[in-house]
Design a protein around this ligand. Structure first.
Ligand SMILES: NC(=O)c1ccc[n+]([C@@H]2O[C@H](COP(=O)([O-])OP(=O)(O)OC[C@H]3O[C@@H](n4cnc5c(N)ncnc54)[C@H](O)[C@@H]3O)[C@@H](O)[C@H]2O)c1
Ligand SMILES: [Zn+2]
Length: 368
């Protein structure tokens, strides 16, 4: 069973939010607190060799703040961007650890967004068959989504996340203050995953997005989104069932993302594509209007001119249809509720081609 708590005891003085991920292999805490970057040493043993992986888009003060708390810190700064999630960079980091005589008792800390988290996590998973990994996510996307769930990976040539491992961190430290330096566009794109979490399983989160000032509510937005993900992941750690719900907006979103990535002038961020991909999965006009209004408030796109044939080709390439040609999608019948549906591939295709706006609601007997 999961347990969520707000505690005053994690740090001396001041409340922080703590979530404990309870998993079969091992459990770990996620701490959400402003200013926690300076206090990681109070929460985990940094009295050892620590490889701190960051990228050159992340303000250097963040990794330096972590280094100042370690006995033997080594900061490794990779190029910002998806291209650093590569076998070559992964190998460089492992070579550095060998050169520095890292042992199984030493640790890797990621300070950055999802790129750094996925890369450093896979380094930690693979060095000497696994060393401690501590994740300090610094983008909305990584604080809300990618830092929990235990997925680590690098890309192989053009195939994303194809080489990796499930490797749970020892600790995740989320300091929302680090978001103050993030670009507005990245900030909004990451929030799309929180909007997704709201529509999946938390209608109060949807209300916050509709009515409140998101920057003011950011701790709560992060906390509530993580609870949604945590509850789903704990039920299905290795993605055999319900975890597929987290793919809401991703089936169509991924197709748009790859079509756009091939057109330099149209590149969209992942979260922006997820927002676009969610709209056809909502089962009423009222829900669609609700989501579109939220996207506009957050500065997320509500339409995009992509190359339909490229998107379709991408969809055909990564479609996971069963023998009958049906594809599994996540639908939202009501804010805070989801269902996994199998629909004919043609229905998804029609949305991508722009000949339909929605995936039709299922007939009663098709419901799972
Ligand atoms: N493991 C998972 O479960 C999971 C889930 C979703 C996405 N991902 C992965 O996450 C990656 C995307 O992550 P992302 O959106 O965080 O992108 P990112 O890591 O590329 O970060 C975005 C940009 O912001 C900069 N940045 C990071 N923190 C900053 C800060 N505090 N202030 C200023 N600049 C900052 C980075 O240098 C980068 O240029 C993708 O590779 C994706 O595959 C993984
Ligand atoms: Zn996503």
């Amino acid at each position: 069973m999961s347990q969520c708590e707000t505690v005053g005891s994690v740090f001396k003085g001041g409340e922080s939010m703590r979530l404990t991920m309870r998993l079969a292999e091992r459990s770990y805490d996620i701490i959400i607190k402003q200013g926690s970057l300076k206090r990681i040493g109070e929460l985990v043993n940094l009295n050892r060799k620590v490889l701190i992986v960051t990228d050159n888009g992340v303000p250097a003060t963040y990794s330096q703040t972590v280094a100042a708390q370690c006995k033997q810190p080594y900061i490794e700064t990779v190029e910002q961007g998806e291209q650093s999630k590569s076998i070559a960079v992964w190998q460089q980091l492992l070579c550095r650890m060998v050169e520095l005589n890292f042992t199984r008792g030493d640790a890797v800390v990621a300070v950055g967004g999802g790129v750094v988290g996925d890369l450093a996590g896979f380094v930690a998973a693979s060095y000497m068959r696994g060393v401690d990994f501590i994740n300090v996510p610094t983008t909305t996307l990584s604080q809300i989504d990618s830092s929990i769930g235990g997925k680590t990976a690098v890309n192989l040539e053009k195939t994303k996340n194809i080489v990796g491992a499930f490797w749970q961190p020892r600790l995740v430290v989320i300091d929302p203050d680090t978001l103050k330096t993030l670009s507005k566009r990245h900030y909004a794109a990451g929030l799309a995953e929180a909007v997704k979490a709201g529509f999946l399983a938390d209608s109060e989160l949807v209300r916050i997005f509709e009515e409140e000032d998101c920057e003011e509510y950011i701790e709560q937005i992060i906390y509530r989104s993580l609870i949604v993900k945590k509850n789903i992941v704990e039920r299905d750690e290795r993605e055999t069932g319900d975890r597929a719900a987290l793919n809401l907006g991703h089936t169509i979103g991924h197709a748009i993302e790859s079509a756009c990535s091939l057109q330099a002038d149209r590149a969209l961020y992942h979260g922006e594509c997820v927002a676009l991909g969610m709209v056809p999965m909502l089962e009423s006009e009222a829900l669609c209007n609700q989501l579109i209004a939220i996207c506009k408030r957050l500065g997320l796109p509500t339409e995009c001119d992509y190359d339909k044939q490229l998107a379709l080709a991408a969809m055909r390439h990564d479609k996971k249809t069963d023998v009958s040609g049906a594809i599994k999608v996540v639908k939202i019948p009501k804010a805070g509720m989801f269902r996994l549906d199998k629909v004919p591939f043609e229905q998804v295709e029609a949305v991508l081609l722009g000949t339909a706006d929605q995936i039709p609601a299922p007939k009663k007997e098709e419901e799972e």
